[in-house]
Design a protein around this ligand. Structure first.
Ligand SMILES: *Cc1c(COP(=O)(O)O)cnc(C)c1O
Length: 366
């Protein structure tokens, strides 16, 4: 019997809370306060409460969150930022957009996050920040990174686009470094109905600067202290997120249950994702490695099972970064993983029968 599986099941996420979300959106539309309406501040307060971060500043996307973070830290052309090549383009693209230099460090082969043992050797007099990515919903080794940053007087910017709600030693992702940046892109664990993002910090001066740069660097209307951007979150998106945040803990639990079931059915057949003992993941992706990936993907698709690849080409081999002078074999783990990694359907609504079906089909192909 063939099943038709939904990868992220966004329609269901809406249907489940349709009445409340519709009401919230209608209320914004009726008020016509589309920009910086009261829902934006309400959401920022709720995000602070959720992460226990002193300040949360919403913005137009995860990409803009990264950009705003570096602008607030005065990242200038020629500055170096250490990050990983095994991530979404936005991580390094925003560094380059400011004229700064992404300095890549390979990943740990178990967590797929930045290998902290390789960071120190890349620190130079030009290094200004370390930007770990909490990939697939699991946070990197933040204590070690923060200690290094402390020693060398660097900032740490967590690219937490995939890890909102994850925990590290019982503290929430986004609240583990100088600035945490997340995304509310629809397919992220907490998604809105378009683009959205947020920054988190415990530093009041930075928080004020970020808020200002987000609105064209203004401190009062038409008074501009900094060069900024138009980087606000729409009130409509804030209203949607306020509703979805109410149920987010349960969504995360369901994602964790789905991951547990995948682990159970795949254990012994393939290497299941590794989560550090001090971490909880929000499972932005459930990814495994397969050697014959193209064939596996094609056959799964034929049997109604969509998959995705995060990410097929590490950033140091992307044409846009050819000027950095990296070449093949510079980052062996990233390169090997990018050839084999495969993300299976992941969303809070996957049923045990569906996971049994997916894993049964998959086992025959491994
Ligand atoms: C999604 C993502 C981003 C960018 O977020 P957007 O909201 O799509 O701009 C940045 N970094 C990582 C790791 C991501 O997964």
């Amino acid at each position: 019997m063939m099943m038709k599986i939904d990868f992220a099941n966004l329609p269901k996420a809406y249907q489940e809370h349709k009445t409340a979300i519709d009401q919230a959106m209608t209320s914004v539309v009726s008020s016509s306060r589309f920009i910086m309406g009261k829902e934006v501040v309400k959401l920022e307060n709720a995000l602070q409460e959720f992460t226990k971060s002193k300040f949360a500043i919403t913005c137009s996307s995860g990409t803009d969150a990264l950009l705003l973070a570096m602008m607030a830290l005065d990242i200038k052309p020629g500055d170096e930022i250490i990050t990983t090549p095994f991530t979404f383009i936005a991580t390094a693209e925003t560094i380059a957009l400011l004229g700064a230099v992404p300095v890549f460090v390979d990943i740990n082969q178990n967590t797929y996050n930045i290998d902290v043992n390789l960071v120190e050797e890349k620190i130079t007099s030009k290094t200004k920040a370390i930007m770990p990515v909490s990939l697939y919903g699991q946070v990197a080794d933040m204590d070690e990174l923060n200690a290094l940053a402390n020693t060398y007087d660097l900032a740490v910017i967590e690219d937490a686009a995939q890890s909102f709600g994850a925990t590290y030693k019982n503290k929430k992702s986004c609240n583990l470094s100088t600035i945490g940046c997340t995304s509310f892109f629809p397919a992220k664990p907490l998604g809105c109905f378009g683009d959205g993002g947020a920054l988190f910090t415990n530093d009041e001066i930075l928080a004020n600067k970020i808020s200002s740069i987000r609105i064209h660097g203004q401190t009062q209307r038409y008074i501009h202290k900094y060069i900024g951007i138009g980087g606000r979150l729409d009130t409509l998106q804030a209203a949607v997120l306020l509703e979805k945040l109410k149920h987010y803990d349960r969504d995360v639990e369901r994602r964790q249950n789905v991951a547990r079931m995948y682990n159970e059915f795949l254990e012994g057949k393939t290497k299941v994702p590794f989560i550090e003992e001090h971490n909880t993941s929000v499972w932005a992706q459930y990814s495994i490695q397969v050697e014959n990936r193209d064939e596996v993907q094609r056959k799964l698709k034929e049997l109604g099972i969509p998959t995705a690849v995060h990410y097929p080409k590490p950033l140091h081999l992307q044409e846009c970064f050819s000027y950095l002078g990296y070449k093949e074999n510079d980052f062996l783990v990233s390169e090997r993983v990018s050839k084999q990694i495969l993300s299976l359907p992941m969303n809070p609504y996957l049923k045990i029968e569906e996971i049994k079906y997916i894993t049964a089909v998959l086992k025959d192909l491994l």
